[in-house]
Ligand binder design. Structure first.
Ligand SMILES: [Zn+2]
Ligand SMILES: [Zn+2]
Length: 347
């Protein structure tokens, strides 16, 4: 089979590799579409080293059709369309014993710690599969993983019907949260970013939301204005770096300043930087900070919402390329981050 192999950091080659061999409870999937994640961009640059060892076939966001099943597979058959929840937990650590799998001490992902879906075929055990229903296209199926991250964040923060929400960061994760939030609450929704293109993309998809460009406006002041001085119920941090925005406030502190008394901040952005937080601002609000990582069973919720047409996944996709152009796709994302959001790879 052919696969996009990360041979060395910054160099992906579309080449012939051995097809995965399945056994026991595994299925072989013919991948239809895969998409590039922000994490993949870090992997491409070698920033996940030593976790990611080259050569590696990346890709943890993908979906396709089963072409072969192992002898112990019970609930799936050849021809079934599936998405794969790529997380592999140990089942034994303190978090796993509390069924808190995204916090597993030795959490691994298909496409990060082992070969993934930027390939014509990939294998996965039956318990990692989610059936794709007929109303969902192959392109949409490949977005189930990233959309599930949005639903997981909403579930972690317990977003409810009347909650007003601000999302700091309108990138891939922020836009996924936006999609999920809109299925949960009818109330005020605000997005904050520095790139107009990303804010416009959000606004075009959901015209009733408020957008704030931090390069031109003071975000906290605007959020107070929009909410009549009250502050929002929930703030999501999906920026991924912790430098001061517009020389004023870093994203986490901005989130804390955005919420009402007893409000919630949910953090998702991954960065190695230390972030100054003024704890008094948190304590005076008796507020809660919650962390959210990957997803935990939200594939089912995402698939149901996609099937019922309650989310607009196309809003996330800026480009569709054939998988032999994977190297070009990564270069595009690096060169012009404001032009591209999700790039789908067609296998
Ligand atoms: Zn991802
Ligand atoms: Zn564990």
């Amino acid at each position: 089979m052919k696969a996009a192999v990360l041979e060395e950091y910054r160099k992906i080659v579309w080449k012939e590799v051995p097809e995965p061999k399945i056994a026991g409870n595994e299925v072989l999937i013919k991948v239809k579409y895969a998409c590039i994640c922000g994490s993949d961009q870090h992997i491409f640059l070698g920033e996940f080293h030593p976790r990611t060892q080259v050569p590696l076939i990346p890709g943890h966001e993908f979906a396709g059709e089963i072409v072969e099943t192992g002898p112990e597979v019970r609930n799936y058959k050849k021809g079934d369309r599936v998405a794969v929840d790529p997380i592999i937990w140990c089942g034994k650590c303190p978090a796993c014993q509390r069924h808190h799998y995204p916090a597993c001490t030795t959490l691994k992902l298909i496409g990060v710690d082992l070969d993934g879906g930027f390939a014509e075929y990939v294998k996965a055990p039956e318990h990692m599969l989610y059936r794709i229903t007929p109303g969902i296209t192959d392109e949409q199926a490949a977005l189930v993983e990233v959309l599930s991250i949005g639903f997981h964040a909403c579930n972690r923060a317990k977003v409810e019907n009347d909650d007003s929400v601000v999302i700091w960061g309108a990138g891939k994760v922020g836009q996924s949260i936006l999609q999920a939030v809109r299925t949960k609450t009818k109330s005020t929704l605000i997005m904050v970013d520095v790139l107009d293109a990303r804010l416009k993309r959000a606004k075009n998809t959901f015209p009733d939301i408020h957008i704030i460009n931090v390069a031109r406006e003071d975000p906290v002041e605007r959020i107070k204005e929009i909410t009549g001085g009250r502050g929002v119920d929930v703030a999501f941090e999906a920026v991924g770096h912790y430098q001061d925005l517009n020389g004023k406030v870093n994203p986490i502190r901005g989130c804390i300043q955005s919420i009402r008394g007893a409000g919630k901040v949910c953090v998702l952005g991954l960065s190695d930087e230390i972030t100054p937080v003024l704890f008094k601002e948190l304590i005076w609000r008796e507020a809660t900070i919650i962390a959210s990582r990957v997803s935990h069973g939200e594939f089912a919720e995402t698939i149901k919402n996609l099937q019922e047409g309650r989310i607009k996944p196309e809003a996330l996709v800026t480009d569709v390329l054939t998988a032999d152009k994977t190297q070009e796709a990564f270069e595009m994302l690096e060169a012009e981050p404001d032009k591209h959001l999700k790039i789908l790879l067609k296998l």
